[in-house]
Design a protein. Structure first.
Length: 225
């Protein structure tokens, strides 16, 4: 999979892909992440990429021309499955959406900043719009990192068997059960006996029952309750 991220703050996106699972996915050749600085597509020598809002109002808007130039340049090189704009007024992001995107070959993630992007860029290029939650962050970059990470880790071969995504929270509409490691006893708190029993069938049943109980307590909406 190839992910192209268009941003006016590329530095914000270096670290999220330079460590741990994201770095390993790229080292294994299973994913590549390309950062594109919108300023490289500025409309003038002053490196302008944004301007005041028509109609008045506080805050700047990213201009359509730099976005068009950047996206058209990429689309001239290869076909893209999706051009995704990260925005708080997008469709709320879910594990199901991550699963769907993980099957794609080439994705463009477009990050807004300031007051967002000129509506015509959305009309012309954007195929889907994603919000990572009902709150506003300073730009689309951290949202793009969230989406790219959640998608890349689902590509077959990125996670080892032990860290398989199949046991993640949400993968079966359930939150994950509690987990423990050594020591078996800490300040009077004991690891549940069953987890030390070696009886894998009963351990599996216990985990499922804990997952259901935790989901019922914390996220009854996932159970349709
Ligand atoms: N940009 C600013 N806030 C955002 C959010 N909640 N989701 C996606 N992109 C955003």
């Amino acid at each position: 999979m190839r992910i192209d991220i268009i941003t006016c703050v590329p530095d914000l996106l270096v670290s999220p892909f330079a460590h741990s699972i994201m770095q390993r996915a790229q080292d294994k050749g299973l994913a590549t992440v390309h950062l594109h600085n919108l300023r490289d597509y500025a409309i003038n020598k002053q490196a302008q990429i944004d301007d005041y809002m028509f109609g008045g109002g506080a805050g700047m808007v990213l201009m359509v021309e730099p976005i068009a130039k950047c996206i058209r340049g990429l689309q001239a090189e290869r076909d893209y499955d999706e051009v995704i704009y990260l925005t708080p007024d997008g469709v709320p992001y879910t594990q199901a959406a991550a699963n769907r995107l993980s099957l794609k070959q080439n994705l463009i993630l477009l990050c807004g900043h300031y007051k967002g992007i000129d509506e015509r860029a959305r009309e012309l290029f954007v195929t889907s719009e994603i919000s990572i939650g009902d709150y506003v962050i300073s730009g689309g970059e951290l949202a793009a990192a969230v989406v790219a990470d959640s998608v890349i880790r689902l590509i077959p071969g990125v996670l080892s068997d032990e860290t398989s995504a199949l046991t993640d929270s949400f993968q079966d509409q359930l939150l994950s059960p509690p987990v423990y490691t050594r020591p078996a006893s800490f300040e009077g708190l004991e690891v549940p006996e069953i987890l030390r029993s070696g009886d894998h069938k009963r351990i599996g049943q216990w985990r499922e029952q804990q997952a259901i109980q935790r989901t019922r307590q914390r996220r009854p909406d996932l159970l349709g309750e």
